[in-house]
Design a protein around this ligand. Structure first.
Ligand code: FES
Length: 118
């Protein structure tokens, strides 16, 4: 296991990019659970893990206007800053195409320290 950060460094709904063995990995905290994604977008290898984090939209989307709260799920996506592709933070799956997926890494949290299990 490789230590990547302390729990208090990444608040709920936030991410942090770290370098592990020369590879950039995004570490995310969703409701106190930590997740890790390769910081490389499937589109054009943009730094996806530096993008905005938002609740994932589910169900039918109304045609225009601000989405009511009931359209948001409890899942979160990170949105690539280059062209806007969105990925589920827990699974690395593209929000619109489950065949597209960013590699994920297993995280272990022990004594307020976050480790990448590689
Ligand atoms: S490189 Fe990520 S959306 Fe294009």
């Amino acid at each position: 296991m490789i230590e990547v950060c302390k729990v208090e460094e990444v608040e709920h709904g936030e991410g942090k990019v770290v370098k592990v063995k020369g590879v950039e990995v995004g570490i995310f905290n969703i409701d106190g659970e930590f997740y890790a994604l390769l910081n490389s977008c499937c589109h054009q290898r943009g730094p996806v893990c530096t993008g905005d984090i938002r609740k994932r939209v589910g169900g039918d989307v109304p045609p225009l206007g601000k989405l009511p709260e009931e359209y948001f799920t409890e899942d979160y996506v990170v949105i690539c800053p280059w062209h806007g592709w969105a990925y589920d933070i827990k699974t690395g799956e593209h929000a619109g195409d489950p065949d597209i997926r960013i590699p994920t890494y297993k995280i272990v949290v022990e004594e307020q320290t976050v480790y990448l299990d590689v």
